[in-house]
Ligand binder design. Structure first.
Ligand code: NAD
Length: 318
């Protein structure tokens, strides 16, 4: 995917959460485009090894987005901020809702405040499809009602709304990307990782949690990165949220069968554990129409993305 209007070669860019899954891919992309990149991450979920390929080019700051001094120092002199640091794990938000809110919402306020003080050109917030809550209709466009059910979805919505309020009040450019299920190398959790682990342990059987009928639009991480970059650079990206998700609605059963056939010989017996998981959403399908207007179109086919994920999986001990 090419947005066609990205020139980052003179830019100083801060990526919070840049040692994490999506953030490290974004940092690599930005370095590749010639940007001067600083990463701020507390390594609570991320890993410095995720930045190995760009270690020499990235200034790494180990710190917490809740620590205002650290955030303000890291933000000074930046042109562009991509704010990805967050508790990105829904179950953690259920177990520790206060922590989730403090990192995701209050931490975002610290980043916004620092961005205003440093007079940065733009702040891009990593929001989430979780802000919608259970879909009332699919595909989900940005106009869909916002009724998150998890503390995570609520903290992400608070962060996003705060961002746009800062944009209105303090005259700073803010945009937000509502990211749907993103996958790829360096993501040591979620359904694909879980399936690879199970198949490695026993290639003859694969148990899916829930019914297996849940449908998702998985989007490969480079497509999510391209969407973030478009939000950071396109003139029409400011002041409103954008979805990004994959273009091939795929059920968990279809995913399981595809992975089993593609990567493991023994024709595994794919079975559902039965009951849907509590709170699990049946159909989470993205409407990408708005981001398409910025020239962004997810292009990586599921098979290609899975091949890259598998390569990483077998090469890495996580
Ligand atoms: P991740 O956990 O790999 O990345 C988050 C990073 O933030 C980690 O490196 C972690 O160490 C860091 N972090 C956490 N708390 C911090 C703190 N207090 N101070 C500084 N750093 C902190 O998750 P990810 O999947 O790469 O998600 C990146 C962003 O995208 C998050 O904001 C997440 O909510 C959002 N998102 C991701 C998806 C997805 O499918 N992966 C979907 C929707 C939204």
């Amino acid at each position: 995917m090419e947005s066609g209007q990205v020139d980052l070669s003179d830019a100083s860019v801060l990526v919070t959460g840049g040692a994490g899954f999506i953030g490290s891919h974004l940092a690599e992309y930005l370095v590749d485009r010639g940007a001067a990149v600083t990463v701020l991450d507390d390594l609570s979920a991320g890993d410095r090894r995720n930045l190995d390929a760009v270690a020499d080019a990235v200034e790494f700051v180990e710190g917490d987005v809740r620590d205002r001094e650290t955030v303000s120092t890291a933000t000074a002199g930046q042109d562009l901020v991509f704010h990805l640091a967050a508790n990105a794990h829904v179950p953690t938000s259920v177990e520790e809702p206060r922590h989730d809110f403090e990192v995701n919402a209050t931490g975002t306020q610290a980043v916004l405040k620092a961005g205003v003080d440093a007079d940065v050109d733009r702040i891009v917030l990593a929001s989430s499809a979780a802000v919608y809550g259970p879909p009332q209709s699919v595909p989900i466009a940005e106009s869909h009602p916002l009724d998150p059910v998890s503390p995570y979805g609520a903290s992400k919505l608070a962060a996003e709304k705060l961002g746009f309020a800062y944009g209105e009040t303090y005259d700073i450019d803010v945009s937000a990307l509502r990211i749907f299920n993103t996958y790829g190398p360096r993501q040591p959790r979620y359904v694909m990782y879980d399936f690879f682990r199970k198949l490695e342990a026993d290639p003859s059987e694969l148990a899916m949690l829930g019914s297996g009928e849940q449908v998702r639009t998985f989007v490969y991480v480079s497509d999510t990165v391209a969407a973030l970059v478009a939000l950071g650079t396109h003139p029409d990206a400011v002041g409103r949220p954008f979805n990004v998700g994959g273009t091939e609605p795929t059920s968990i059963r279809e995913l399981a069968e595809l992975m089993a056939e593609r990567f493991y010989d023994g024709e595994p017996n794919v079975r559902a554990t039965g009951d849907p998981k509590a709170g699990d959403i049946e159909r989470l399908v993205t409407d990408n129409s708005r981001i398409r207007e910025l020239g962004v179109e997810p292009t990586v086919p599921l098979e290609t993305g899975l091949d890259r994920l598998y390569e990483w999986f077998v090469d890495t001990e996580v």
